[in-house]
Design a protein around this ligand. Structure first.
Ligand SMILES: [Zn+2]
Length: 698
């Protein structure tokens, strides 16, 4: 059917000719091209003119989602796609509007899909954004399954051949992106405010009603893909295809409701923890705020804060015990349903850990015990000497051993954002530009009541915009956190070059081992710019101190990681069927003694053995923790390279990020100039490097 294409423009717009050329390339005989010159602001309102150039096919804007926008005006229009700004619409949008409009399937995207309307490089005020995804578009509403189902049905009904499979996958991917964005918007909202029942209901609706249906529908599409005869997946989807084969083999219909049940329990954990607060000096504060006092030079202040936080955790001890034991049952059942010997085997498959085994992890724990624990002990003894205390207690590990007050890089989050912006501008101007783009409502960094704990980075696929959530209170840790999450954000942006969603960072539960190289690597790369003279926050002396604290943190983190990981290996493969909370406590205590014995916990038995309550990953993302250890080794290697060739190390880092999920894990590490390693010699070598740097800094 012939189409009517309308090109709206204003005189003096430099880009409308480009849009005209794009349209002419794709017109077919019979299509009609109309020109509308917009001459006044009034006319812009009347013609719903979003700026010059605007291209409509049969009255519908070619840019997905644009028709629900209302920011009309006599101005230039900017298009955001493929991770950057353009003066004309994406050629594929025009093609799609012309081709697909015939089948009546012109895409309507949710409000979440709307590109930001700001000019590139404009610095918006950081803070709360209007929640994307809250307005329902005509046609497809991700929260209403009756509008989603027909899209999956159409994909399922398509006659699939090796020739059209690429196009089909792209359509699937586009649908998935719309759904992912809506689900992520609901997750973002619930973590920003854990106390609003309406927001929670929307999130739970997605997790418990929509997500399971997506899982089932996608399982159908997966089967269809895998059933395709004579199909050789091209290189960029080989890894995806392998994961699909794996997931198809793992899928059990009866696990779908169990997964939804688990999602509810995971949310319960967040709710319990999000409600925790303590009162110190008559002031109610979040646990994160109370923990800030662990940096105090006054031992009594540290001890009081530490103890009150622990008392608060212990109040919910039996609730958390019960919750975890319940989760354990469900997880074991899922493994049985899938015909696997235990949940560890299930989870290995679910996480697509093709490139290493549980035994590799056990080997990794041992190497840490041999190479890292002695170093941690050495620095603990140093700390104890400088603090002048007889025994190093749990509240003594964060404070500066020279009794200086904690580093205080900023008071307001705006200062944090400005400082980190300058660091990125120095490190790599393009990364600086990426960060600048997020400042328009995609950073929620301040700690406040009823906000979920911790930090994370997510992203909206349709606008290729990452989002960072954190609980910042004004300490050096916050700088690290923002550098860390920004590493994830850069990974999201770089990997959005991949047209298929599954090849992008975060869209599938895979390759986190490398995703954390992106984030932890950025912590180390960014730390080179912490002094004010290089863009950062500090005097030369304080910058050295921050770097030393960071490296000391690396040393103590690895043994802690080993405790968290080894605990779960035990829970899911060795703990008896009728395991009790007391058994879990005993195991945690034993592992604590094996890896973390440099602090004295005498008289604090309950606090010590219930420590597993304090690690959300154990509840929410089982076995997802060794990733941080493996990634730390990768990050240390990226950093080691940067000490000799800073620009080269950053370039390799970005190239590796852009690969997304298209390569096996060891190749991603290699692209970044590192090696995926579990062995004692590699770990020993890196620890000697860290030790040497520390000698220079301390
Ligand atoms: Zn991370």
């Amino acid at each position: 059917m012939a189409k009517t294409i309308t090109l709206l423009y204003f005189d003096g717009c430099p880009n409308w000719k480009e849009a005209e050329a794009l349209v002419k390339q794709q017109m077919r005989p019979g299509d009609k091209l109309e020109y509308v010159r917009v001459q006044s602001g009034e006319e812009a309102q009347q013609k719903r003119f979003l700026g010059s150039p605007t291209v409509r096919v049969d009255g519908t804007d070619v840019e997905p989602g644009a028709d629900s926008r209302t920011d009309f005006g006599l101005k230039c229009r900017i298009y955001l796609y493929d991770g950057s700004y353009h003066g004309a619409p994406k050629p594929e949008w025009i093609a799609r509007a012309l081709g697909r409009a015939e089948a009546g399937a012109a895409e309507q995207l949710p409000a979440a899909a709307q590109p930001p309307t700001t000019q590139p490089g404009a610095d918006g005020q950081p803070g709360r954004a209007a929640h994307p995804g809250s307005a329902a578009p005509a046609g497809l509403d991700p929260a209403d399954w009756s509008t989603v189902q027909p899209r999956f049905d159409a994909l399922q009904a398509r006659n699939l051949t090796p020739d059209n499979v690429g196009e089909w996958l792209q359509e699937w991917s586009d649908l998935r992106a719309i759904l992912e964005d809506a689900i992520f918007a609901s997750y973002r909202a619930v973590t920003e405010n854990t106390a609003d029942p309406e927001i929670e209901a929307r999130y739970l609706h997605f997790m418990q009603d929509i997500q399971p249906k997506i899982t089932v529908a996608e399982q159908g599409l997966r089967r269809k893909l895998l059933a395709l005869k004579n199909y050789q997946p091209p290189a960029n989807i080989r890894e995806f295809y392998r994961r699909q084969q794996n997931q198809a083999a793992l899928f059990r219909e009866e696990n779908v409701p169990l997964q939804a049940e688990l999602a509810g329990m995971e949310n319960e954990y967040n709710k319990i923890v999000g409600a925790m607060s303590v009162t110190l000096d008559g002031q109610e504060m979040t646990l994160q705020q109370a923990n800030q006092r662990l940096y105090s030079p006054e031992r009594a202040v540290r001890e009081e804060a530490w103890r009150s936080v622990q008392v608060r955790w212990l109040q919910d001890r039996s609730a958390l015990d019960d919750l975890y034991l319940q989760m354990l049952k469900v997880r074991r059942q899922m493994a049985r349903n899938a015909g696997l010997p235990d949940f560890r085997a299930y989870r290995w498959r679910e996480l697509s850990r093709f490139c290493y085994t549980p035994e590799d992890c056990l080997r990794f724990h041992e190497a840490i015990e041999q190479e890292v624990v002695p170093l941690a002990r050495k620095y603990a003894a140093w700390r104890q000497r400088l603090l002048g205390v007889e025994r190093l207690r749990p509240w003594d590990t964060e404070a500066d051993p020279l009794g200086r007050p904690a580093l205080h890089p900023f008071s307001q989050v705006e200062e944090l954002i400005e400082g980190v912006q300058r660091i990125f501008n120095h490190l790599d101007p393009e990364l600086g530009a990426y960060f600048a783009r997020m400042r328009n409502g995609n950073l929620d960094l301040a700690s406040r009541p009823h906000k979920a704990p911790g930090g994370y980075c997510g992203g909206f696929h349709l606008t290729r915009t990452p989002y960072i959530f954190a609980n910042c209170v004004g300490i050096q840790d916050d700088v690290n956190t923002l550098l860390h999450e920004s590493g994830h954000a850069f990974h999201f942006i770089e990997s959005c070059r991949q047209p298929l969603i599954w090849n992008r960072m975060g869209a599938e539960a895979v390759n986190f081992e490398f995703a954390e190289v992106a984030s932890m690597g950025m912590e180390l790369l960014g730390a080179a710019y912490l002094e004010r003279s290089r863009g950062g926050f500090y005097s030369e002396q304080d910058a050295r101190r921050a770097r030393a604290e960071h490296l000391l943190g690396v040393i103590t983190f690895l043994p802690y990681m080993a405790v968290v990981d080894a605990f779960q290996h035990w829970v899911y493969t060795q703990a008896p069927e009728d395991v009790t909370a007391a058994d879990l406590d005993r195991q945690w205590g034993a592992l604590w003694d094996r890896f973390m014995s440099w602090t004295d916990w005498s008289g604090l038995e309950d606090e010590k053995v219930s420590g597993w309550h304090r690690k959300g990953h154990i509840f929410e993302t089982p076995f997802y923790y060794v990733e941080y250890g493996l990634a730390q080794l990768g990050a240390l290697q990226v950093w080691r390279n940067s000490l000799h060739d800073a620009a080269g190390a950053v370039a390799a880092y970005r190239r590796a990020l852009a690969l997304g999920n298209t390569r096996p894990l060891p190749e991603l590490f290699e692209a970044a100039g590192a090696r995926l390693a579990f062995d004692r010699p590699t770990i020993g070598g890196l620890m000697r490097l860290v030790d040497g740097e520390l000698q220079k800094l301390l």
